[in-house]
Design a protein around this ligand. Structure first.
Ligand SMILES: C[S@@+](CC[C@H](N)C(=O)[O-])C[C@H]1O[C@@H](n2cnc3c(N)ncnc32)[C@H](O)[C@@H]1O
Length: 217
């Protein structure tokens, strides 16, 4: 907890933080649920521990900003690698942890999805494929209109076997649909850690009329 609090303070002193807030402040948000997905463990090994901790800090700082317009945003975290130490730590920060995988089923159009470097198969086929609950705010790997074998880990490639081309086409369709109403904002390099946040983008619904159309369906 001491490390977490110290990193929150350090994060707010970075240029990266200034950019993040500038992007988020481009519209008024009505976020109701915020999802922190695929963080890795906070205590498994040192290198990953630091990455995961900085990712948690970024998420919590973004939520702090979003709570200005809705102080009751609910937090939910999911990661198959969490240890009991991780779950205790997250519970102390008021996260709910679903007992089984399936966080995506709780996602709605008023959700914020933060999925830092989540595997593309989970991101696309579980979280973004659900037309009825696509998050209005997403931060993570850039979602694209085209995918190739290299964008997926070996398991998907071998599971899909002869169907790989079809799966890649489906991935591109999901990506295209997701991108249709969302603008992409790139963030600068993060000064606090070499690779914990670099490359993460913000993809969000920003046009008021599109937002209304989204909410009204
Ligand atoms: C590439 S690792 C990234 C870990 C960490 N965010 C980082 O940048 O070091 C992807 C993580 O997503 C997790 N993951 C995969 N499928 C998931 C799912 N459906 N829900 C939550 N986490 C998932 C994996 O266990 C793994 O820890």
């Amino acid at each position: 907890m001491k490390d977490y609090n110290m990193k929150c303070k350090q994060f707010k002193e970075t240029v990266f933080h200034q950019h993040l807030i500038r992007v988020l402040s481009r519209r008024n948000w009505r976020i109701e649920t915020a999802f922190f997905i695929g963080s890795g463990s906070f205590c498994a090994d040192w290198e990953h521990r630091y990455r995961s901790m900085w990712q948690l800090v970024m998420f919590m700082v973004a939520v702090e900003y979003l709570r200005k317009t809705n102080p009751t945003i609910q937090l939910l975290a999911q990661e198959p690698r969490y240890t009991s130490l991780d779950t205790n730590f997250l519970t102390s920060l008021n996260f709910t942890l679903p007992s089984e995988e399936g966080a995506e089923t709780h996602q709605t159009r008023t959700s914020f999805l933060f999925a830092p470097f989540l595997d593309n198969d989970a991101l696309l086929f579980s979280f973004l494929a659900r037309e009825e609950g696509q998050p209005c705010l997403y931060i993570g790997n850039e979602v694209r209109a085209q995918y190739s074998r290299e964008n997926f880990h070996e398991r998907l490639a071998s599971d899909a076997a002869g169907n790989l081309e079809t799966r890649l086409k489906e991935a591109g369709e999901i990506g295209k649909r997701f991108m249709r109403k969302r603008r992409v904002f790139r963030l600068p390099e993060f000064e606090g850690h070499g690779n914990a946040l670099n490359g993460i983008v913000v993809q969000a619904v920003f046009e008021a009329e599109e937002d209304e159309e989204d909410d009204g369906t």
